[in-house]
Design a protein around this ligand. Structure first.
Ligand SMILES: [Mg+2]
Length: 194
C-alpha cells in the first residue's frame, strides 16, 4: 500500500516537474554511469556533496556491496569530497550495506528515518548534515521518478544514471521489474510531455 501511494505521488509530482525531467532525459547520454562522472569535474563545477543511490548506481539490484569499479570511484570521490560529504540515499538501506560501508568507508553516511524518494526529505537531510546548499548537492540515481525527481523538488541538481548496473543472472525477476519501471518512467515522461 505504501508502495502504491508513493507511486501515485511520484506520478503526480512528475507531472508538475515534467519539463525538467524531460530535459534531463534528453540531455543525458544513454551510456551515462558513475564511471563517466569525473569527481574532479564535479568539484570544479561547485558540487559540495554527493547523494548516491545504491541499486543500479553502485551495484546491480540487491547486491550487498558496490562493484569493485564503483569502489575505486568512491575512493576517488572520498579523496576530493571527504567522506563526510558523501551519503547513500537509497530506498533500500539494508543492514548488509550499512555494515559494508561501516567497514570500508566509515565516513560515508546512510540517510534513513526520512520519507523515501521522490520526497525531498532525504536531500534536505543531506543539506543539514553536509552543511551545503541544496544547489551544491548532486543526487545520483538511476530512477527518474524517485531520486532525480526528489532532487528537482529539493532544488538540487540530479544526475540520471541512464546505464545502470544490472545482473540478470542474480535477481532476474527484480532486475526485469526495475528494467520495466525505468523504461516505463521514460515512456510516461514522453507521453505527458507531448
Ligand atoms: Mg536505483
Amino acid at each position: 500500500m505504501a508502495f502504491l501511494s508513493r507511486m501515485i505521488a511520484s506520478l503526480s509530482l512528475a507531472a508538475l516537474h515534467r519539463r525538467e525531467l524531460r530535459k534531463l532525459l534528453k540531455d543525458t547520454p544513454s551510456d551515462n554511469c558513475i564511471l563517466t562522472l569525473n569527481p574532479e569535474t564535479l568539484r570544479q563545477a561547485g558540487i559540495g556533496a554527493l547523494a548516491l543511490d545504491f541499486d543500479g548506481v553502485l551495484a546491480p539490484h540487491g547486491s550487498p556491496e558496490p562493484l569493485p569499479e564503483a569502489v575505486q570511484w568512491l575512493q576517488r570521490c572520498q579523496e576530493l569530497f571527504t567522506g563526510d560529504k558523501i551519503f547513500i540515499l537509497s530506498n533500500k538501506p539494508t543492514d548488509g550495506r550499512r555494515h559494508w560501508f561501516a567497514k570500508n568507508f566509515p565516513a560515508i553516511r546512510f540517510i534513513s528515518g526520512v520519507r523515501k524518494k521522490p520526497y525531498p526529505d532525504g536531500i534536505n537531510r543531506v543539506a543539514e548534515l553536509a552543511i551545503v546548499p541544496h544547489s551544491a548537492i548532486l543526487m545520483v540515481d538511476d530512477r527518474l521518478l524517485t531520486g532525480c525527481l526528489a532532487a528537482l523538488i529539493a532544488g538540487a541538481p540530479p544526475c540520471y544514471i541512464r546505464s545502470p548496473y544490472i545482473a540478470l543472472g542474480n535477481h532476474t525477476v527484480a532486475e526485469l521489474f526495475f528494467w520495466l519501471l525505468r523504461a516505463g518512467e521514460r515512456w510516461f515522461l514522453r507521453v505527458i510531455s507531448l
